[in-house]
Ligand binder design. Sequence first.
Ligand SMILES: C[S@@+](CC[C@H](N)C(=O)[O-])C[C@H]1O[C@@H](n2cnc3c(N)ncnc32)[C@H](O)[C@@H]1O
Length: 283
Amino acid sequence: MKRQNKRHRKVRKCVEGPNFSGQHLLHNKRIIAEMIEIAEVRETDTIFEIGAGKGVLTLPLAEKAEKVLAVENDPGFIEVLRDKSRKHANITIIPRDIRETALPREAYSVVANIPYSITTAILGKLLDTPSALLQKALLMVEKGAAKRFTSTPVVNARILTWRMWFELKLVREVPRHFFSPPPRVDSALLRIRRRKQPLVPHNQHLRFRAMADYGLKHPRLPISEALLGIFTPPQIKHLVKNIAADRNSPICSLNEEQWATVFMTMLRHVEPFRWPKGSWKRK
Ligand SMILES: C[S@@+](CC[C@H](N)C(=O)[O-])C[C@H]1O[C@@H](n2cnc3c(N)ncnc32)[C@H](O)[C@@H]1O
């Protein structure tokens, strides 16, 4: 271990513009064991680990899963990982930036203590395309981010769209002293599960996103005003009755099931030229 750390420091010195971003390594054995347990890793699982660091999660994951694909972009950590995983034929190290790494082409789950500075980019990569092969994920994230992804009412169209296909839950808060060095923010475990029944069909995700962007442009606007460009006033009257909502309530008060009904009603009863056009770009 000492030898590896020395080597790590040595390798770091040779790297141009070292990347220290988000390098808060887990050192608490209890939370590592808990993460593996909450993630419900099975022996047939392919685990995609984002930001493997020195492998504190990688090695126990490899004991449980069929294989682990460990993404890491710090050359020093990659070398430590290579050393440590020598005896584990089921670990593949992917020495790349996660933002430029292709997702697995087989069904996979994610277990990771991710770099917090690119949380939204990582979530977007995993969740923006709902028909992809992601089965479930357990991510260590900043507590504030976990709250934003899981809170109600939903004011963000992208997060609402994810929730049509995935259930997101903050499962536990994690104190700063479980990390070395401790981050400046509190952390939490975010569990993501694919819904057994998606609330709207997968192939409609871009169209749903366009409608969500339109509807949530001003989240506090009354339902009847926020949806007026899509539905006619008589259609809105039927719609609010159908979803048991008050036409004067803010549009952001709708839950995921109500949004699904709004969307399916639009597809069935509104002429396509009135459907909002997607103007969003993937970040
Ligand atoms: C919070 S640390 C977690 C390390 C390890 N999994 C642990 O729990 O101890 C995040 C890791 O992500 C790596 N990382 C940061 N940015 C990355 C990127 N863009 N692509 C891949 N890995 C990245 C860092 O080098 C670091 O090892």
